[in-house]
Design a binder for this molecule. Structure first.
Ligand code: TMP
Ligand code: ZN
Length: 392
């Protein structure tokens, strides 16, 4: 079901790994199954740090067929997300006129739809979740079902040759073979194509002790230095780096072709120098800080569930990480509220905790805010609820 990694995915080093996090053997974070359905198994959740290029990566790669079959993750239709799209769209428009856009990991087409509504002329998506690609195609957004491999890169090229922008939002760290990814990027990019890669930023993960970003889908915790090591000897170079608050702190890494002859923005050396000063030290303390948070939430929930009904809010992958790290069962967290219809009626992976409609919140006295990345929006939406949100 999984294989152990032997080499650094970015710089190729074989033995520069330090173990910086170990959450034990865990269920797959998005494996929300129906009651009675068998789960897709468990795998180690351990992070190794490359002292050569500063990439942190999981010690194992779970078979993507298992990880992404019937994938329930749908990009949140939240105002927070729309606000982020507006900022990202603005950042792209400063670089070029984005008429033709190719999105890798386009999910159900939410972002591509946004692009079309804001002036893009033609878009293509590629997504491995067939159920989501189908939804996008039904909405008229041309989406190739599958991973970004050479055959799908060719298919994209047949639709339009040389997009103005290639976007990959929160997908790059799900990919195992980065060298092949860059080779296929070379296939789809013309000389002036802008490549926009958005990932959770490892420095935010570290500074805010967001250990709940660590799950089997997130194979890597990407630094700019690691990205630079990956691009060494390829046709692409770092072009501009920008931080955004979405998903607990993300970074947009823009790339351009070396032969486009564009000078990299000052943000590139700035981010690289800042990371070099801090990242090793921060990873060295990350595990202890994470377990402090885990123990704290366990104490809070144990105390509150003696006083009233405790539920969770947001059946995200993050919730699975928290729940299994804390060892919560239904007697601690009675249910998780989530607006996503596809998740309702299913069970939180590794537990007997059911996902229920957001309306169920009103039956609880306390709610652990697992979707803390949408905290403001969720608190506003539920201002009339008399209970108390809990966080660690
Ligand atoms: P994500 O952080 O992986 O996008 O997951 C957030 C989850 O929270 C997702 O399952 C949708 C859910 N959610 C709600 O139920 N209500 C809301 O208002 C928001 C913003 C998210
Ligand atoms: Zn490395």
């Amino acid at each position: 079901m999984y294989r152990e990694i032997k080499l650094c995915r970015a710089c190729g080093a074989a033995n520069l790994f330090a173990e910086v996090m170990d959450l034990g053997t865990q269920p797959l974070a998005n494996d929300f199954r129906l009651p009675g359905e068998a789960c897709n198994g468990y795998a180690p959740l351990k992070v190794l740090y490359c002292q050569g290029c500063s990439l942190a990566q999981l010690s194992v790669v779970v078979d993507p067929q298992i990880l992404y079959s019937g994938y329930p993750y749908v990009t949140s239709r939240s105002n927070t997300m729309l606000g982020h799209f507006a900022l990202l769209w603005q950042a792209i428009n400063i670089e070029c006129r984005p008429d033709r856009i190719l999105e890798i990991g386009s999910n159900d087409g939410f972002f591509l739809d946004y692009c079309l509504q804001n002036g893009a002329k033609d878009v293509i998506g590629i997504d491995p979740a067939e159920n989501l690609a189908e939804i996008a195609n039904a909405r008229g957004l041309f989406t190739i079902p599958g991973i970004f491999n050479d055959s799908n890169a060719d298919k994209a090229n047949r639709h339009f040759n040389g997009p103005d922008v290639v976007v990959a939002r929160h997908v790059f760290c799900h990919i195992d073979d980065w060298k092949k990814f860059v080779v296929n990027l070379d296939v789809v990019c013309r000389k002036n194509t802008l490549v926009v890669i958005e990932v959770p930023y490892v420095m935010d993960t570290l500074e805010r002790v967001e250990f709940d970003q660590i799950y089997h889908e997130h194979l890597s915790y990407l630094s700019i230095n690691a990205m630079n090591a990956l691009l060494d000897g390829t046709p692409f170079q770092l072009h501009r780096i920008t931080r955004f608050p979405i998903h607990g702190g993300s970074v947009v890494i823009m790339l351009r072709r070396r032969d486009a002859g564009v000078t990299a923005d000052a943000s590139v050396p700035k981010f690289m120098a800042e990371e070099q000063n801090e990242i090793g030290h921060k990873w060295a303390h990350f595990k202890d800080k994470s377990f402090f948070r885990i123990n704290k939430l366990r104490d809070i929930v144990n105390e509150k569930c003696a006083q009233g009904l405790v539920c969770g809010y947001g059946a995200s992958a993050k919730s699975t990480v928290w729940i299994n790290a804390c060892g919560f069962k239904r007697k601690h967290i009675n249910f998780i509220c989530d607006e996503t219809k596809q998740k309702q009626g299913r069970l939180s992976p590794g537990t007997d905790i059911p996902v229920m409609s957001e309306k169920a919140l009103h039956t609880a006295e306390y709610a652990v805010l697992f979707a803390w990345n949408f905290s403001e929006e969720i608190r506003r939406k539920n201002a009339d609820w008399k209970g108390e949100f809990l966080t660690a």
